[in-house]
Design a protein around this ligand. Structure first.
Ligand code: GRF
Length: 196
């Protein structure tokens, strides 16, 4: 199950990987917090079930969170992937999917959490940044780290050029680990995620 908000290039990589039965994981459904996104179109083209669940359609954020958990649970996923999903989930969602909800972030956490990670890293003048795959917990980008990949910052990088190179390594990392987790299983102890 993949949650999205935007372009869905990470989703596209997972959809493509899942075509091969040996990969071990298949996207059973795609959920979005907003309608009309490219990510939803990608899911439609791949023949995968979709839903849109907007905060604006719920009485409050807590109700949205419960509703999201119900919509996701209906597809009985083993793993939930946040791939460019620009919403923080709440306690109801984490009570049901904590420990099997992963997210990708375009920086080397714990540096540059939040929604402007690439711009923040560039503004800070770091020479190396990258992507982090982690287990979502109740904090903002604070969960146990599954893997990280580094990307060098070029002198002439813009947010777009740097984010483009980060997304290349982010996609590869996501696809590798989602497949491995599905095939081998995983455990989490003291912030260490072991896939085996
Ligand atoms: C990714 O870089 C993700 O880490 C960030 O937004 C981007 C989503 O890209 N939160 P896409 O929608 O998968 O193309």
């Amino acid at each position: 199950m993949v949650l999205v908000s935007g372009a869905g290039t990470n989703l596209a990589a997972l959809l493509e990987a899942g075509v091969d039965p040996a990969y071990g994981a298949r996207v059973v459904a795609v959920g979005s917090d907003r309608p009309g996104t490219e990510a939803l179109e990608r899911a439609d083209r791949a023949g995968v079930a979709t839903f849109v669940h907007r905060v604006a359609d719920c009485v409050d954020r807590a109700a949205w969170d419960v509703g999201l958990a119900d919509l996701v649970a209906a597809h009985q996923p083993d793993l939930v992937v946040s791939a460019g999903f620009m919403k923080l989930v709440g306690p109801a969602f984490l009570a049901r999917f904590g420990g099997r909800f992963v997210n990708t972030h375009p920086a080397l956490l714990p540096a540059f959490p939040g929604t402007h990670a690439v711009a923040d890293a560039l503004a800070h003048g770091v020479r190396v940044t990258g992507a982090t795959l982690f287990m979502v917990d109740e904090g903002v980008d604070t969960g146990a780290i599954i893997d990280q990949r580094a990307v060098r910052v070029a002198d002439d990088d813009t947010v777009a050029s740097l984010h483009g190179r980060i997304k290349d390594v982010e996609r590869t990392m996501l696809v590798e680990h989602v497949g491995a987790m599905a095939r081998k299983g995983w455990t989490i102890h003291d912030r260490r995620v072991t896939i085996s």
